[in-house]
Write a protein that binds this ligand. Structure first.
Ligand code: AGP
Length: 610
């Protein structure tokens, strides 16, 4: 997830671009750059690091222009560096991009054969060269852009300028956010409204497959392929700039919960080939031969990422029949673990900087194990030092409570489990195709699950005064009980425990009275009847049960004082769907208790100290 901005108008574009990028910094902040046009020449200034580093790098220079582009990066392909920073150029074509180009590798190889020279590791640079190659064949800027994008697969929101046609900027959207700002004699493009809200509140939201031509006279939009003009409605934005950074949501955490369909789509895009029934191992920087030799797996992480690791164990052992051990990183690093030669250690970390996880990773490598890092930050310590990396593409996670990073970690573990099972011959191709089919439906099912928000708010209003909470789950959803409890603890400060439901009679049942709300995870799986009897145990002792169940499971309603129903998915992806109401419940309880949701007391987003 990156931030792009473009400007055409009567002001000096440079400060507009820099200010706009600062408003987009929450979308990505590992490198930044601007490009601006004067006398048919485009100047590009970029740097690794934050926007303030870019600003400092041009301080004191009297830069002026009336048309320009800006970009703040969240790296997905190519480490954070000046050469990988946007804007990218080929000849007189300069471009900024937010999204992921699925077929960039093939396109780049083809262009290199035609003599194109690349200067970055990014997928984005390929688009510049494609447009440039068509403009070299005599096509106009617009037609060269249209022609080039016919070859591009994936998601993109791009802004492009061209030395040959210095009066205009083009912008195109496909499955990545893009908004257009309409000022008085000045016009803007951006990934998000905050970038130009200071200058205008009038916006147009283009649809997928529409191309906008922006000059200082105005904006014209047409079909990318059809070329047919498209009339668009202008919307007036009433948000404050701060609200706009949160996309109109009250907190980053809520925004990030609602970003999950997009985050999951971005994370799985290009990572598997349903028709061939294979996972794209390049995206794991693994080889099938490597996987075939693996006979033991260790999953090591902290906090919410450790919950993902616990779920990964269920996925891997059930699909691939390879034994897994799960460790909290701060335990793994000190317990003198026995790591057999043919082991793979998977560390899971959103930030890639958690001190205990890094130390555990180094301990594993010292013991001779290969390490795969499932990580959300390109170029982070864990990613740099691991032998293999799978990047989740959830974009920056600003809220301290991890949500979209967690569910994208689960999709990464799901894909890894399938790849391992295939390498071990543990799954038939028909089974793999079914698993892929369910994964392709996941973003839509998450979208559907998010509609439960109002029902969750009603439950939160009933229980936000509680002093304790018990979460129960079984099987692959037991870690979701732990996750729900952690979220409630860390943002609402209510004491909460997650427990395997089968353990109730071994102690926790003594806690049950009408002051101990119990949330029971009751998906329609092989242990559904068991969890129903756990709910009965709670009921018959005066406890109040909140059931989270699969839609259609009416039985869950009988034994619960409240029931939340979710769309059905397969056993392995149920934790993704069932985590949604639990994250929302913790969120609403924290808001009702007037807690600082995005920055809870005593916590940091990344625990970089022991
Ligand atoms: C999750 O909501 C917490 N903020 C915390 O447990 C977090 O998951 C943990 O600190 C691990 O962070 P990491 O994924 O960046 O390594």
């Amino acid at each position: 997830m990156c931030g792009i901005i473009g400007y055409v108008g009567k002001r000096n574009a440079i400060p507009v671009l820099i200010n706009g990028l600062k408003r987009l910094e929450y979308r990505g902040y590992d490198s930044a750059g601007i490009a601006f046009l004067n006398d048919n020449k485009i100047t590009v200034r970029r740097c690794a690091g934050k926007i303030r580093d870019l600003e400092n790098s041009i301080k004191g220079e009297r830069l002026r222009s009336f048309i320009g582009l800006g970009h703040t990066r969240w790296a997905t392909h190519g480490r954070p560096s000046e050469e990988n920073a946007h804007p990218h150029r080929a000849g007189g074509i300069v471009l900024v991009h937010n999204g992921i180009i699925e077929n960039y590798f093939e396109l780049k190889e083809d262009l290199k054969k035609k003599g194109h020279v690349f200067t970055s590791e990014t997928d984005t640079e390929v688009i510049c060269h494609l447009i440039y190659s068509f403009s070299q064949k005599g096509l106009s800027f617009e037609d060269a852009t249209r022609e080039a994008l016919k070859h591009v697969e994936g998601a993109y929101a791009i802004g492009v300028i061209n030395e040959r046609e210095p009066d205009r900027m083009l912008a195109v959207k496909k499955d990545s956010p893009l908004v257009l700002g309409l000022g008085e004699g000045e016009f803007f493009i951006a990934s998000d409204i905050p970038a130009f809200l200071k200058y205008t509140r009038d916006v147009i939201i283009p649809e997928n497959g529409e191309l906008a031509v922006i000059t200082d006279k105005g904006v014209s939009i047409s079909g990318l392929i059809s070329k047919k003009p498209v009339r668009k409605q202008t919307t007036r934005i009433t948000w404050s700039p701060a609200m706009a950074e949160k996309g109109g949501y009250r907190h980053f955490m809520l925004k990030e919960i609602y970003e999950q369909p997009r985050a999951i789509s971005d994370t799985i895009r290009g990572r598997f080939f349903p028709e061939k029934g294979v996972v794209n191992l390049e995206e794991f920087s693994l080889r099938a031969g490597d996987l075939k030799k693996v006979n033991k797996i260790f999953l090591v992480a902290c906090g919410t990422s450790w919950h993902a690791a616990l779920i990964g164990k269920y996925m891997i052992e059930d699909m691939a029949r390879v034994p897994c051990e799960v460790d909290i990183a701060s335990e793994f690093r000190y317990r003198r673990p026995i790591v057999p030669e043919d082991s793979l250690v998977i560390v899971i970390t959103q930030s890639g900087e958690t001190a205990d996880t890094i130390a555990a990773q180094r301990e594993a490598q010292k013991l001779g194990a290969r390490v795969l890092s499932i990580c959300n930050v390109v170029g982070s310590t864990s990613a740099r030092e691991a032998d293999s990396v799978f990047y989740t593409h959830s974009g920056p996670e600003i809220g301290v409570a991890s949500t979209k990073a967690f569910t994208t970690q689960l999709t990464g573990l799901y894909l890894f489990s399938i790849a391992l099972a295939k390498a071990k011959g543990a799954l038939k191709s028909g089974e793999i195709k079914e698993l892929f089919s369910e994964l392709l439906q996941l973003p839509e099912k998450v979208e559907k699950a998010l509609r439960i928000n109002n029902a969750v708010l009603k439950v939160a209003r009933k229980f936000y005064h509680a002093r304790d909470f018990l979460y129960l789950g079984r099987g692959i959803n037991y870690p979701i009980a732990l996750e729900g409890a952690l979220k409630l603890k860390e943002i609402s400060y209510i004491h909460a425990e997650g427990y395997p439901a089968g353990e109730m009679k071994h102690g926790p049942i003594a806690l049950i009275d009408n002051n101990m709300p119990v949330l029971a995870l009751a998906p329609d799986d092989k242990v559904f009847e068991k969890i129903l009897s756990n709910m009965e145990e709670v009921n018959s002792r005066g406890g109040k049960v909140i059931a989270v169940a699969t839609e259609g499971a009416a039985k869950a309603l009988v034994r619960a004082s409240h029931a939340l129903f979710l769309p059905k998915t397969n056993y392995y992806l149920t934790p993704v769907i069932f985590s949604i109401p639990l994250h929302l419940l913790a969120y609403h309880m924290a808001v009702l208790r007037k807690c600082n949701v995005d920055q809870p007391r005593n916590l940091a987003k990344s625990v970089t100290v022991e």
